[in-house]
Design a protein around this ligand. Structure first.
Ligand code: PHE
Length: 352
């Protein structure tokens, strides 16, 4: 009886021992199971009918009934552990296989879109570089102005229509004379008041007019104005400056004409036209069959304006000019609707 007892004790002991050994053997095997193929070999070693686990299960028969629960429990825990590890590995190989299948290595790579300088900014950079070469400095001031700098000092009559709400954006404020500047001529006044002649500056900036938006006009656009004040400055110098600038911008073969015009702050005043870039002066839709396109307003600074800035018109004279940057951009690029410049459609912008 005793001998049998010892024998049975030994069976249980060795079974439990084998279960522990198998578990640690499997635990050391697992890190090496790095592919679906190796996992299959693992399965054939342990999980099939002739595998290690079933082998141990079959030997459960040898264990006496009352001890079956202990050994059975240990065996079940081992089987659960092995099955769990098997599914975990299988899932990880399946999903990495799925991911490899999704990548089509023959597809062309995604190109990164490179930004570019906006055509209006390109025009402004070009304009400023031409004027810098001619000895002009660059001056700027705020978009928010007062009536004095935008109109009064520039010799606008008190009842001038530009001062009307229909033409100008006024700011609702305790001060009723604040407005969004309608031209950068206001910067000329600020320059002349803060600095003694000689002055030779260009003033780029954003300007605002209460206008309906159309293919030809925006309520918010950009201008560059120029101002030159010194002794003995003549209209001939104004013409020379504008023609030199315009030939640099539009090409040496462009033709120009000066037409008499009117601005409150210049006398005499003129408007400059360039021969149409599309039809070279023959007449077409762009130039409305006139052969000419207007590019700039200009004139000799009015003596009243000089006086308003404490500059003696008997000693000094000067010229001023101004033009819209969007307009120059349209002439340069052939864009015939000004709104295209600000719709930010990359198909338009990436052409420049
Ligand atoms: N300020 C004028 C405009 O906005 C342009 C201009 C500037 C005309 C300087 C003459 C001299 O239309």
């Amino acid at each position: 009886m005793d001998a049998l007892f010892i024998f049975i004790e030994q069976i249980i002991h060795s079974m439990l021992q084998e279960i522990t050994t198998l578990r640690s053997q499997i635990e050391t095997e697992l890190p090496a199971v790095t592919s679906a193929e190796l996992l299959d070999q693992f399965r054939l070693r342990h999980l099939v009918k002739k595998g290690t686990l079933t082998g141990l299960m079959e030997r459960l028969r040898e264990v006496p009934k009352e001890d079956k629960p202990i050994v059975g429990k240990a065996l079940n825990e081992l089987r659960q552990f092995v099955e769990l590890e098997f599914t975990r590995l299988k899932d990880s190989f399946d999903s990495s296989q799925a991911a490899t299948k999704l990548i089509d290595v023959t597809l062309p790579g995604r190109r990164e879109k490179r930004g570019s300088v906006h055509p209006v900014q390109q025009t402004l950079d070009g304009i400023l570089s031409v004027f810098r070469k001619m000895g002009f400095s660059v001056a700027e001031a705020a978009d928010l102005e007062d009536d004095y700098h935008n109109f009064e000092a520039l010799n606008f009559a008190p009842d001038h229509p530009a001062r009307d709400m229909q033409d100008t954006f006024f700011i609702k404020d305790e001060r009723s004379d604040l407005l969004l500047r309608t031209h950068t001529s206001s910067v000329q006044i600020r320059m002349m008041q803060s600095q003694a002649p000689p002055i030779r500056s260009v003033m780029p900036g954003r300007v605002y007019r209460n206008e309906a938006v159309s293919a030809r006009s925006l309520a918010e656009f950009h201008q560059v104005e120029g101002l030159c004040i010194d002794k003995n400055v003549t209209f001939a110098e104004l013409k020379g400056t504008i023609i030199t600038f315009a030939k640099e911008m539009y090409g040496a073969n462009s033709k120009f004409r000066f037409r008499p015009s009117y601005f409150p702050f210049t006398e005499p005043s003129a408007e400059v036209d360039i021969s149409c870039y599309l039809c070279s002066g023959k007449g077409c839709r762009i130039c409305k069959y006139s052969g000419w396109l207007e590019i700039c307003g200009c004139g000799m600074v009015h003596p009243n304006v000089l006086k308003n800035c404490n500059i003696d018109p008997e000693v000094y004279s000067g010229y001023a000019f101004g033009f819209g940057i969007e307009r120059v951009t349209m002439l340069r690029t052939g864009i015939d609707d000004i709104r295209l410049l600000y719709e930010n459609d990359v198909r338009v912008l990436e052409q420049f």
